[in-house]
Design a protein around this ligand. Structure first.
Ligand SMILES: [Zn+2]
Ligand SMILES: [Zn+2]
Ligand SMILES: [Zn+2]
Ligand SMILES: [Zn+2]
Ligand SMILES: [Zn+2]
Ligand SMILES: [Zn+2]
Length: 551
């Protein structure tokens, strides 16, 4: 990750002293630190914690902060395997290595002491965790895979890791217990029952109740009552952050401060995770003003409100009530909107929008005629379409296959609907690249189509995420495809070439700026490499077309 510089902020030599207040800026000596303070003052921890009834604790900017500036860097309280598992993940025979989280087979290599699955012989994990796990009766490797999968519940490890902080980091343990758990509200709910069966009862019976008889009991946690474990489950559920490693592996982490950031379906901050140190750096996604709340997004912002709500309820157990969620048009993007079919006597050009987007049983009303449909109908149509879109895209479709589905869905969906977006985003990457549809072979009509699609996609992204914080990858891809289109037009339209190439260069530079936010991911790195090559080709093309003109 692009962590803070390791060099002195004043003289730029390698430096070891760190500003003790923010731990972001480095200095080679105290003199340079004092010298820098008047400038550094305004960006050193430019935020504070606040609290109110509705939001609980949250973070607010105390100074203006420039886009991409680091707001704070923080050590984790705990980082561990992915917390919220789907049913498939719960029963999969590929599990994260107990040492490094690399996916590995549950029946191949095992830790010598505790027998938990590891990626390779010699991949080690934390000692105390290993001792506690050693208390269990690990099944024989030759046992039925299902029994192995049921024994090695990696999501429960996150709770164990929390519990072990009692011994390992008492300060982190105290900070953890200060976090919200919604303990009381959880009692008697399905969530509580699930936690009891999958995690609490499991950890108790297999490992923790055996601590009393262990010779090493003095170094192990003494407090592991079911009630405490339930509280830890609640704390994780309420606060955990999803961390995606550059390798694509998903982890879950708890951070004292970062977890206080509000969720909103339009973020103004983003974070980068450094796998080596497990530290998180929170950055401003756009210019922030003094008093702005720091917000990040815990869900896919390309989804419509219904799907985001469902996802947030499932994974984070809360209902978002942000400005986008309250707006039936979702900032004018219409990503959930359905087309009105009119009635038997008359067709209609209007769109159906939810009357109250925050109520899942809401009616959907046409903005032009009196037509009303109920939520069940909308859900049914959406689910059916999700299946169609997913199955088409999974099979590496051709441009004409995507066009076909797009035409079918366009009869029921607004042109910006998130299913339409998904198909169009695939399409702009096929025109100009698919064998037989290379840039030079596209007809002017097809080239125009590619350009129009890029413009439409770009506009939707801009409405939902004006600073390309969460949609950085999507937006960079769109910008790169826009550049391809503009360059191809420059090759075809001599008279316009100079102006088109100028536009193309601006798009490339914009893509470069956007991609910087995601350099810590595999996709981001790949896009960045692609961009560098594209820049070189772009300048070659510019030189060639200029030369042609001179002759
Ligand atoms: Zn210095
Ligand atoms: Zn500082
Ligand atoms: Zn490993
Ligand atoms: Zn072990
Ligand atoms: Zn929202
Ligand atoms: Zn209508």
């Amino acid at each position: 990750m692009t962590l803070p510089s390791a060099n002195c902020a004043v003289c730029h030599v390698a430096a070891r002293l760190t500003c003790t207040r923010c731990k972001v800026v480095r200095y080679c000596n105290g003199e340079h630190q004092r010298q820098d303070w008047p400038q550094h003052k305004s960006c050193c921890r430019p935020f504070r914690e606040q609290q109110d009834e509705q939001l609980g604790r949250y973070l607010v900017a105390t100074h203006n902060v420039k886009a991409k500036q680091i707001i704070f860097v923080e050590d984790p309280l705990v980082v561990g395997p992915k917390w919220f598992l789907t049913d498939e993940e719960k029963s999969a025979s590929i599990v994260p290595c107990v040492g490094c989280y690399t996916p590995c087979r549950v029946d191949k290599h095992h830790c010598r002491n505790c027998r938990w699955p590891v990626c390779s012989v010699g991949c080690e994990h934390e000692k105390l965790e290993c001792s506690v796990l050693s208390l269990g009766n690990a099944p024989k490797t030759k046992t039925d895979v299902r029994a192995l999968v049921d024994y090695y519940r990696h999501d429960a490890l996150l709770v164990l890791k929390c519990l072990l902080l009692q011994q390992q980091h008492p300060d982190r343990w105290r900070a953890l217990l200060e976090m919200q758990s919604h303990e009381e509200e959880r009692l008697g709910t399905e969530l509580h029952q699930e936690a009891e069966q999958r995690v609490v009862g499991y950890l108790q019976q297999r490992f923790l109740q055996r601590i009393k008889q262990s010779k090493q009991r003095d170094s192990m946690p003494s407090d592991y009552e079911p009630q405490l474990l339930h509280r830890l489950c609640g704390i994780i559920e309420t606060n955990y952050m999803v961390i995606e490693l550059a390798t694509g592996i998903e982890l879950s982490g708890l951070f004292r401060q970062a977890c206080m950031m509000e969720h909103a379906c339009q973020p103004n901050c983003y974070f980068q995770f450094d796998a080596a140190t497990q530290r998180i750096a929170v950055r401003a996604g756009c210019d922030l003003k003094k008093g702005d709340h720091l917000k990040i997004t815990y869900t896919n912002i390309l989804w419509g409100t219904q799907m985001r709500h469902h996802h947030l309820l499932m994974t984070k157990h809360f209902s978002c009530r942000c400005a986008r969620c309250e707006d039936p048009t979702e900032y004018g993007s219409y990503v959930s909107a359905m087309r009105c079919l009119g009635d038997v006597s008359k067709t209609c050009v209007g769109v159906q929008l939810p009357v109250d987007p925050l109520d899942e049983k809401t009616q959907w009303k046409c903005d032009t005629c009196p037509m009303v449909v109920d939520a069940a109908y909308v859900t049914e149509v959406q689910t059916h379409m999700t299946e169609q879109v997913e199955s088409l895209l999974a099979g590496r479709p051709t441009a004409s296959q995507v066009e076909l589905l797009l035409a079918r869905l366009s009869q029921l969906l607004h042109t910006n609907h998130f299913h339409m977006f998904n198909l169009k985003h695939t399409l702009v990457q096929l025109y100009g690249h698919e064998p037989g549809l290379e840039l030079a072979t596209l007809s002017d009509l097809q080239l125009g189509r590619k350009q129009r699609l890029c413009d439409e996609l770009y506009n939707v992204c801009h409405l939902l995420d004006p600073h390309s914080i969460k949609l950085a990858i999507y937006v960079s891809i769109i910008l790169i495809e826009m550049t391809h289109t503009l360059e191809e037009r420059a090759r075809r339209e001599q008279a316009e070439a100079a102006a088109l190439l100028e536009q193309a260069e601006l798009r490339l530079k914009e893509a470069q700026d956007v991609v910087e936010k995601v350099l810590d991911s595999v996709a981001g790195k790949k896009l960045n490499d692609k961009l560098q090559k594209h820049f070189a080709e772009h300048y070659k093309l510019t030189a060639r077309l200029k030369f042609n003109k001179l002759n």
